[in-house]
Design a protein around this ligand. Structure first.
Ligand code: SF4
Length: 112
């Protein structure tokens, strides 16, 4: 039995596969972040770095580097996307942090 595959079918298949690969990667990233357990503020490392789930409640006198506009969502270490409620953090690998959280390692996310 012989199958004839047209050039059009090959090109069409390639275009579909090319479109699906990035979409699958995005889904995998979202699923990976969604599967991360939330970081416990009482975790020893989190405590040492002053992690809180609510940046608006940071004690500014105890954390002189803190500025009111700082939160995980604007931090270079935050791995979530804009609008995500939480996401991974490069500092706290294996855990998710709240987008409105904060810790002493905060550093401005570069402009996109
Ligand atoms: S390093 Fe940045 S993203 Fe991670 S917990 Fe601290 S402020 Fe949030």
């Amino acid at each position: 039995m012989q199958y004839k595959i047209s050039r059009r079918a090959v090109v069409k298949g390639g275009l579909i596969a090319g479109a699906l690969v990035p979409a699958m990667g995005m889904l995998a990233n979202t699923a990976a972040a969604a599967g991360l357990p939330p970081l416990d503020p009482n975790d020893p490392t989190a405590k040492a770095l002053g992690y809180t789930t609510d940046a608006s409640k940071v004690n500014a006198s105890a954390n002189p580097t803190y500025k009111p506009n700082q939160k995980c969502a604007t931090c270079a270490q935050f791995q979530g996307k804009a609008g995500d409620a939480s996401g991974g953090c490069n500092i706290f690998a294996g855990h998710s942090v709240v987008q409105g959280g904060w810790c002493k390692v905060w550093a401005q996310k570069p402009a996109a």
